[in-house]
Design a protein around this ligand. Structure first.
Ligand SMILES: NC(=O)c1ccc[n+]([C@@H]2O[C@H](COP(=O)([O-])OP(=O)(O)OC[C@H]3O[C@@H](n4cnc5c(N)ncnc54)[C@H](OP(=O)(O)O)[C@@H]3O)[C@@H](O)[C@H]2O)c1
Length: 253
């Protein structure tokens, strides 16, 4: 991948960019020369530490913005903050997501609000707010989906719906924003196990790992490299979702 000179360096806003996959995406994009706006909700310390690390490598190449993505009215402010800070916007990575089980019979409206809000509604309204600037820059949007957008994960009704909606949002925006803006998705399989208490017990993790044709769990870097490719090196790709899952979705049990 070509490293871009700093004076024309593109600017990318990454939601949920403080930790885990979002942080790997920020590092990868920064490594190839982009300037990054790291959005976070609660992970202020991690976001500020990452921005400081990246600014040490290249001054004024990273900054942070805080927002709860469920507060839709605040989403345009994130775009304006990025423009005020860096003067342009070339890319948006809709990465932030809430993830928890919702078994049929116990689903609440609060579950719906949280899962649909972070995984679908925010990507739509943030993309809408970013669209004029991305159009002007000839930019791109990448969304983090999930292989379970296509093949539902048991016990996760609302999450499955939210990711399926995000997948359709990718294809819809690819049409709405063409030809100036390309819009694509990356669908992880098992890449980074969820933090804290989780439905992924050790036996479940082992069963999943055993079902992956490439015989390993993915890494955040596997995802980050694909995001960078779709943003900067894929001028004739739009409306597509690439599974980065070691082949697992080929025969998901
Ligand atoms: N990890 C995997 O193996 C895997 C598998 C399938 C799909 N994915 C998808 O890949 C993406 C990244 O995965 P991940 O595991 O790194 O995600 P994650 O750690 O579960 O979540 C990323 C960030 O989302 C932010 N977030 C959640 N709700 C928010 C809200 N209402 N407002 C603002 N920010 C909010 C949190 O920011 P704060 O910490 O700042 O609060 C969190 O750090 C997600 O879209 C996920 O669904 C990942």
């Amino acid at each position: 991948m070509t490293v871009m000179p700093q004076e024309t360096a593109p600017v990318v806003l990454i939601t949920g960019g403080a930790k885990r996959v979002g942080a790997a995406i920020a590092r990868q994009l920064h490594q190839v020369g982009a300037r990054v706006m790291l959005h976070y909700r609660a992970s202020a310390t991690a976001a500020e530490a990452l921005a400081a690390e990246l600014n040490q490598q290249r001054p004024h190449s990273a900054a942070c913005v805080q927002a709860d993505l469920l507060e839709t009215a605040r989403l345009p402010d994130m775009i304006h903050h990025t423009l005020n800070c860096f003067g342009r916007l070339d890319g948006l990575v809709n990465n932030a997501s809430s993830f928890f089980p919702t078994a049929l019979g116990n689903i609440t409206e609060a579950d719906w609000h949280d899962l649909i809000g972070s995984n679908l509604k925010a990507p739509l309204f943030l993309s809408q707010a970013a669209a004029p600037y991305l159009r002007a820059a000839g930019g791109a949007i990448v969304g983090l989906i999930d292989i379970h957008a296509e093949r539902p994960m048991p016990g996760h009704v609302v999450y499955n719906l939210a990711k399926a909606g995000h997948a359709q949002l990718i294809r819809t925006l690819a049409i709405e924003l063409a030809p100036q803006v390309r819009v694509n998705g990356v669908a992880p399989g098992a890449n980074v196990w969820p933090e804290g208490e989780s439905v992924f017990s050790d036996p479940v993790r082992q069963r999943i790992e055993d079902s992956i044709p490439l015989q390993r769990v993915g890494t955040p870097e596997d995802l980050a490299k694909t995001v960078a490719f779709l943003l900067f090196d894929a001028p004739y790709i739009t409306g597509q979702i690439i599974a980065v899952d070691g082949g697992r979705s080929i025969y998901l049990p």
